[in-house]
Unconditional design. Sequence first.
Lengths: 613, 530
Amino acid sequence: MTVHRKPVVPVASVAMLALVSACYSGAGGTGDPDGGGSTGGAGTGADDADTGGDPSDPDEPFQTSIFECDPTQVPTDLPLRRLSRRQYTNALGDLVARLVPGDAEAVLAAAGPRLGLIPEDARSGPDPTYGGFTRLDQSIFQETVEGSYYVGAAIGKAIADDPARLGAAAGSCATDGDAGNDGACLDAFVRSFAPRVLRRPLTEEDVAFYVDVAGDTLEREDYADVIAVLLAAPGFLYFVEQGDLGTDGPRTPLDSYELASRLSFHFWQSIPDDALVGAAERGDLLDDELYAAQVERMFRDPRTELAVAEFYGEWLDPPHLAELDAGVGMPDYDAFLGGFVPDGETRAHMLDEIEQMGAYYTLGVDAPFVDWFRSDRSFARTEDLASIYGVAVWSDGEPPQLPPERDGVLTRAAVLATGSAMTHPVIKGVFTRKTLMCDPVPDPPADAMAVAMEIEDAALGARARAEAISEARADCAGCHTGLINPLGYVTENFDALGRLRQTETVFDKATGAVIAEVPIDTLATPNVDGADDRTASNAAELNALMLESDKPQACFARRYFRFTFGRVEDDTTDGCTLAVMHQALLDGDDLGTVVRDVAMRPDFRTKTFEGGE
Amino acid sequence: MRPRSTNGATRRMFLRGTGGALLAIPFLDSLAPRGAQAGGTPGLPRRFAAFSTGHGGIRGANMFPAAETLTGGQAYAGHQIRRGPLSLAVDGGVASLSPVLSASSSVFTASLAAKLNVMRGLDAGFYVAHTRGIHLGNLAGHDEALAPVSERRPTIDQVLAYSTKFYPAVPSVRSIQIGPNYSISVGRENPFDPASPLQDLPTSQRSIDLFNQIYTPPDPSVMPREPVVDRVLADYQRVRQSARISAQDRTRLDAHIARLVDFQAKLSAVQSCGTVEPPSAEAQDILFQPGFGTDPSAQAQYWQLFNDVVAIAFSCDTCRIATFASDALTDYSGPDYHQDVAHRAGVDAPIEPVGDPLAQVFAQDLVRQGHQRFFESVYLDFVAKLDAIDDGAGGTLLDSCLVAWTQESGIYTHDAVDWGVVLAGGAAGSVTTGNFCDYRNTSVMGNQFGEAHPGPWPMYPDDNTPEYSWFGLMLPQYYGTILQAMGLDPEDYEETSYGGYGPMHVDDGYAAHSEAVLAAAHEMLPFLGA
């Protein structure tokens, strides 16, 4: 078959060259292989965003300033994706609650020690610190395999050993001492429980297989064995998707139950509820309108908040945010704190705000991307963080208004705080470039960190120190001046705790005495797209430049794609979903709508059989 | 449970751990003694433990015994290599091989020192910067992407873990990985499929949970009955044979199935433990204490609790492999040890020149102190515990072990040239001990920082003996040495004509390593062969 592709101007490639050039003026080097899976760099502004095609027509190619949708491309799926540990734990909880509604906590507690031996998922991806998600961790460890078995065995034992629990789980026939009904009792139990575990209807072969676990003579502990086998089953631990067996093609539609499972674990991180199972049984999920109705119902369900919070929390996790109480007792840090008393939870409160903020604009209100990105509201739920912002603690309702200088994600305490007395403009710059714009940042020269740079003048402020250290060597200066540092300088009107400041106070490390009051200089040339000499002197101006580049919107699309599909995006084969998301964000669609509608995409509802069957 | 009677017991019969773990060590009657040799008794099962510390950059004069002790030598791989006996100096209750390799003389005895080897002069063939892979043979697996992904390999502990020569029967636990932040061990998703993807192995976070895992299940009645595991396995086979599943899906299923098969096999593994009283303290609780990061004694206690558990696992033969991802034990309270200390380890200046209590402290001194603490409180603690366990063959458990300690860097931070190893134990007669081995070729300078930072670098302003780094032998040879000492043959792991474990990657700046040096990687490192 000949594929006719619409000729597309490689906007992103041109911009990428500009970006690399800006970084490497006067220095050699290679680009970061990841940078968020990006092959694109800057756009050319909002006016160029829609360069043709109709995103609503699945057969028509179109492009945004960064992504190109070629409908002839076929996305490839992750092979046999497994439940994340969080999904697994939630699913266990929901299943046990179905079996023993009044006693689930105690049953789960019995499995607690075994559950603790199953490794936590690690944020994974080409650059786990920037753009890594736990959902991408697809490792299969011995501890995972053994642990899931032992957890199932412990749950089964905790139920089977207690007649009341077993009665609740399998009915009175399981405990009435009547051997005559034992076979039917177990058969009924399997037919009732197994479909919820495996998330699909059983065949008679399935029923026979699981009933046979008990052997010829049925005893109470046989229920434990059946539960153990089910909770270690591939249909429970993995997304075993065979698709609609009656269809063929590069991507095969999922069947109704597989769709229910994808939806449920995506939005709720757990098994389908009764309504979704009912929809699957009726075939509703194969009907576009009824499927959309279920997507909308699930998205609006409070259970979605946990997944959305996980997305924002992992995407925006600032790697530089240290524990804020670790430096207490150091003279300069104590002096810097100036009465603010951080504790072991302060850092977590800052990170919580990032999650709350994302959840609010995605689920709480109908708001476009820009409202989140440039939010001027506080989501501080605790006094420590609220006091940094100088606002009241947010409980319910309208979040408190922040001072005008605090514009968006860039000005959140989680992004600004360092755990020391001095800000880190270089690290802020890297965070802004990599986390918020998904731009690659090339590796430093191999020996860049091998020799400490001496700062003789202890009275230098953070910006001057950053310039002295990172811009002194020619082979470092290219990236630092052209790509990284200016993005951090713009928010130097906030101190290392995230408080607004008029001047920068430099403290003596040994005594905490004030060495200098340094004027704040936030004027910088952030060079968002690699060929831009416009300046910014505050977060609002920098945010405007970034939004104009379309990069933050594209970055959101990339990261939410990873979170949804559990794999790194491919700009070519996944271009359509990325472009559709990007365009919707550029068009000002509600953030929640954009997030919700990923589940409407064809690649969410179909599967490839890579490598043959 | 209480320990068995102590009537007639020697000190070797009991291992009393930091957190209250108490193990009455059996004489391991099942292990056939065949006459002791220097370095251990042949025929006994071998164990391997690897301790690692980050950063490195320890000056050679701090890390290694004095050059004057190198009294012997030989020509090897085209240059002269040197060797001397490890000679312990005792002064004021402190026994020392070097400033770092020193400890209380009550623990660091001459007999224990005689069971060590200290080696220097091992090199990576390229600039490694930050690396977790260097310790165990995954040289390309580091943070800076300075080697192609295709060169990444399972670490040698995992090669051993799935070798039928090392484990003739499936053990209860193939390997233990410990590290609060990361693992130095890398294995495959399907360890029996050489094409399977690599994955960083998870670490045990809680010492008591690890104890429960390696010693006995918390509740024996929960132990799976074999037929039920059969059914789980059969369930996976059913799906695998399903009419509609992709080849890649099937490969993933195979990985799970392989691990189920391994699980099934290990259910019949036999432990040979004596009576054990579980530890009363949890390492993770110590880790979470405020101030842990600047409290070397707490850091020591954390690792010692894990040492106890691994020593029990080794003595029970529940597991024969353990890796530890640690750091120097430091009280440095600055914001960033790596930037502030490790990066300045070779700098001819105090840490902070102005207005700081550390004004006269040199980073190298902090590096030395931190690593000396690690040696004494963590590494030697473990080694001494193994040496306190009778092997029933006239020696101690240490004699059938290899316990390695390696660092991220050589004598200069980030550069793995003149990389050092401290190795304890005789690997059941496979390795001779008591050697200080210097493999450097002192006619080929190994400074790798190029024109921007020409060497040599002075270390202290009052030190008139600046330290050069010299090229020596290659790291794949070291990895191969460990594998051979643990009972594998070169054909079990070699993949290039040069030999050794893993690819022989030599960048231009390291090309002064001769062909003879590269070709020597097939052999065990000199002076160590029994």
